[in-house]
Write a protein that binds this ligand. Sequence first.
Ligand SMILES: [Zn+2]
Length: 318
Amino acid sequence: MNTELDLSISRRQFIATAAGLGATIVLAPRLVFAQKKGIVPTMIDDAAQAKIETYPLRRGITVLEGSGGNIAVLTGKDGKLLIDSGFSVSKTRIVQALNKLSADPITQLINTHWHVDHTDGNEWVHSAGAAITAHENTKKHLSTSTRVEGWQYTFPPAPTGALPTTIFSDEHRVHHNDTNIALKYYSPAHTDSDISAVFEEADVIHVGDTLWNGIYPFIDYSTGGSIDGMIRATERNLSVVTDKTIVIPGHGPVANKAALSEFRDMLTTTRANVAALKKQGKSIDETIAAKPTAAFDAKWGQFLITPAFFTTLVYSGV
Ligand SMILES: [Zn+2]
């Protein structure tokens, strides 16, 4: 099956469907706008305007929200360690937020995966003094021109300074600021480059884009992602956390085990609904029209990934 073709056709069809059924499909204006303008330019424009919100967690760990994916910061005598670097358009405001945390320089950066909303700031963070660690597939995708069909966008190779200098294939450990940080590859999930990062003493885990807390996730089939990979990753996340663990998602507010459970239930129910419709022989348009995500839309459908787009992403993988 040609997944890339499915995605591009269904997006055009979705715009046509939404226009024809304007009275029954209610989308926030910026969601309609994102469909026309493209998701990547919309994310960059959002980041260019957004305030950077700071959420202190525990044991020197803070989350910065507002520039693409959530950025985790660990402060201390060895210098700041960042997990993900957001969009470069936010550099000035990210630097201001970091300076308010402490005067330590940035010395380490870890990327949860290769996507632009988590790595676009790599070059400036590296210039500021950080060594970059990531999964080997993050380096692979950043090193070459890479198409993301679901975003209808082709990324040029990243500049040399943005590339990870330490890469690994399965597991890697970092000791920084009296903290053990365990990095572990998921196997293909949201992409083929996703890793989790556990701050062991603090009992805090950054799960990257294997969790979108309270919003439908993007799944990047072009670089190895799939709905089944997302479900597998979520099951693993659930298996390694307790009720006390703080879970940092790639997108959305800081989460916990209950949020992971709710996300897993949304993914598995949507997958079952879409698979049943596809098995009946329904086309992607007929599947979208059957509203397989209806029970979740009011809560989960309010961000860039609309119910119809999410349905399309699941349909491509069942
Ligand atoms: Zn991503």
